[in-house]
Design a protein around this ligand. Structure first.
Ligand code: DQA
Length: 154
């Protein structure tokens, strides 16, 4: 049997995602970040995976969180770097520290929006990207990362 007792996944949310529910609701919907995080923790508990959530409006804080996750041997990361997706080489470099799988998620379809959103700095270093499925994207990203994590443990 697969030993999943210690498995831990980190969910990282970038700038302005703390404003979900208030922010451009026609694009991002009305669900708040607290509701998303609560759903992901429940989903993790059902799969016997510990889910930690983290949000910051600061690039350096996100880099430090990823470094900390690396030091703690995290089993997987789901990340929505928000606007930093399109600019942050330092988040990309931090993710390159990890052996653990990473899934990138965006609520909106970044390829259907302004051209400056079409480029993701991290897409080339992640296992997969989900873009445009709204909150369902987080659920699917967590499901995917759990499968990848458990596969490496089997
Ligand atoms: C986003 C897309 C980004 O372009 C934007 O800056 C965000 C949210 C999304 O989830 O659709 O803040 O990452």
């Amino acid at each position: 049997m697969t030993d999943t007792s210690q498995l831990k996944v980190l969910i990282v949310h970038g700038p302005n995602l703390n404003m979900l529910g208030k922010r451009e609701t026609e694009i991002y919907g009305s669900t708040t970040l607290a509701e998303i995080d609560e759903g992901l923790k429940r989903q993790g508990a059902d799969a016997e995976i510990m889910v930690e959530t983290f949000q910051s409006n600061y690039e350096g804080a996100i880099v430090e969180k990823i470094q900390q996750a690396f030091m703690e041997d995290i089993n997987g990361i789901v990340i929505n770097p928000a606007a930093l997706t399109h600019t942050s080489i330092s988040i990309r470099d931090a993710l390159l520290l990890l052996k653990a799988p990473v899934i990138e998620i965006h609520l909106s379809n970044i390829y259907k929006r302004e051209s400056f959103r079409h480029k993701s700095m991290i897409a080339g270093v992640v296992a997969a990207q989900i873009s445009g499925l709204g909150v369902m994207g987080y659920t699917l990203a967590l499901e995917g990362i759990i499968k990848l994590v458990k596969k490496t443990r089997t």
